[in-house]
Design a protein around this ligand. Sequence first.
Ligand SMILES: Nc1ncnc2c1ncn2[C@@H]1O[C@H](COP(=O)(O)OP(=O)(O)OP(=O)(O)O)[C@@H](O)[C@H]1O
Ligand SMILES: [Mg+2]
Length: 158
Amino acid sequence: MALIEEVARENLAEARAMVAALAPVALDSATLVEALERLTERFGRETGLATRLDTAALGSPDQGLSRSQEIVLLRGAQEALTNVRRHAAASAVVLRVSRVGDVVAVHVEDDGVGFDPAGAPGIGLAGLRDRAEEAGGAVDVASEPGRGTRVTVRVPVR
Ligand SMILES: Nc1ncnc2c1ncn2[C@@H]1O[C@H](COP(=O)(O)OP(=O)(O)OP(=O)(O)O)[C@@H](O)[C@H]1O
Ligand SMILES: [Mg+2]
């Protein structure tokens, strides 16, 4: 039992280190918007879906967000896109970055099958919600069967 516990602990530590090491790779040499551009471009290429990034509602780009907040937004977009790929049967996806007052948000909107957000708890969205709240922010899921889905991750600029 002790050995099992030790191996499990080591594996968990290793997984955490990998996750911690991964995010900055996307963000280290790039702004949040640049990282989102890459993500958007790659997702469109890999899925064949019409995919675009809209930054029109972002006033002063990238200012005032901590690295960990940027990671929350980027990871949020990744999780939402993974869900689009796996669940939505969509034909188009729009990512939007916006800033309203002191809140920066990333929205991922698809035109797929939709779902009832109250009735489908999963690890992905729940984990995203936890991470957003740890960063002082929140997650919003707007969806209805047959009417597409919009996931919004927002964090406050400090
Ligand atoms: N864009 C979407 N379009 C349609 N259904 C969705 C969408 N996003 C989420 N869902 C529904 O909500 C459920 C919960 O999503 P969530 O990401 O929490 O878990 P998951 O994707 O099933 O598993 P994982 O824990 O691997 O992320 C999904 O199983 C799916 O039924
Ligand atoms: Mg998921």
